[in-house]
Design a protein around this ligand. Structure first.
Ligand SMILES: Cc1cc2nc3c(=O)[nH]c(=O)nc-3n(C[C@H](O)[C@H](O)[C@H](O)COP(=O)(O)O)c2cc1C
Length: 176
C-alpha cells in the first residue's frame, strides 16, 4: 500500500552524468534499483524492492502516458517519454526515460517477456517546457471525466496534438 505523500514545489534536478536505473517483474514490481534511484526517490532499497513502480508516481502525471507506456512495452516495443516523479519527502524530479521489455533466454527463443527495464537521464529544460504544457492539457481532459473515461479523454487530446504535428508519439518525443 503506497504511503500518502504530500507533493511540494521543491524540485531535485538530475546531474548531467547520472542515470537512474530500475528493473521490474512483469507486473511492474521493482526487482532492482540502482543507487541513484535510491537517492532520488528518497526510499531505502528495502522500501523499494517488491513494491509497484507507482511508488514514485506524481499526481501531475497523466494516466494516459502510463497507459501508453504499458501498451508499448507489453507489445514488446521500447517506450520513450518524460516522467515527473515524486520523492518520499514530496519533492519532484523530471526524467527522460526509456522503458524496454526483458526477455527470457528460452534456449534461444527469446520471445517470453519476463520483466521490464528502465533507464532515465536528465531531461533538456526547453523540451520540458513543451512537455509540461502537453501534460497539463492531457491531465485537464482526464479530470473532466469520470475515472473510467479519463484515459480515453486524455488519449484524444494526445492524438490531436500528434495529428497537428504530423508525427507519431515517438517521433514527437524524440524531435521535441
Ligand atoms: C520498468 C518500469 C519503470 C517504470 N518507472 C516509473 C517511474 O519512474 N515513475 C512512475 O510514476 N511510473 C513508472 N512506471 C509505471 C508504473 O508501473 C505505473 O504504471 C505508473 O506509476 C502509474 O501508476 P498507476 O498504475 O497506479 O496509475 C514504470 C513501469 C515500468 C514497467
Amino acid at each position: 500500500m503506497a504511503q500518502k505523500i504530500i507533493p511540494t514545489q521543491r524540485e531535485i534536478v538530475m546531474r548531467d552524468d547520472a542515470f537512474i536505473v530500475t528493473k521490474t517483474d512483469r507486473t511492474g514490481k521493482i526487482t532492482y534499483a540502482n543507487p541513484i534511484f535510491i537517492e532520488f526517490s528518497g526510499f531505502t532499497e528495502s522500501e523499494l524492492l517488491g513494491k509497484q513502480h507507482n511508488i514514485v508516481r506524481h499526481p501531475d502525471m497523466p494516466r494516459t502516458i502510463f497507459n501508453m507506456l504499458w501498451n508499448t512495452v507489453k507489445a514488446g516495443e521500447e517506450f520513450f517519454g518524460y516522467v515527473k516523479n515524486l520523492s518520499k519527502d514530496g519533492s519532484f524530479y523530471w526524467v527522460h526515460a526509456t522503458v524496454t521489455p526483458s526477455y527470457a533466454d528460452n534456449n534461444g527463443d527469446g520471445s517470453e517477456i519476463i520483466g521490464f527495464f528502465s533507464v532515465r537521464r536528465k531531461p533538456n529544460k526547453d523540451k520540458l517546457t513543451i512537455i509540461q504544457d502537453f501534460y497539463r492539457d492531457i491531465l485537464t481532459a482526464e479530470k473532466r471525466q469520470d475515472r473510467s473515461d479519463a484515459i480515453s479523454a486524455g488519449t484524444e487530446v494526445l492524438n490531436k496534438t500528434l495529428q497537428s504535428s504530423g508525427k507519431s508519439y515517438h517521433e514527437f518525443i524524440l524531435t521535441l
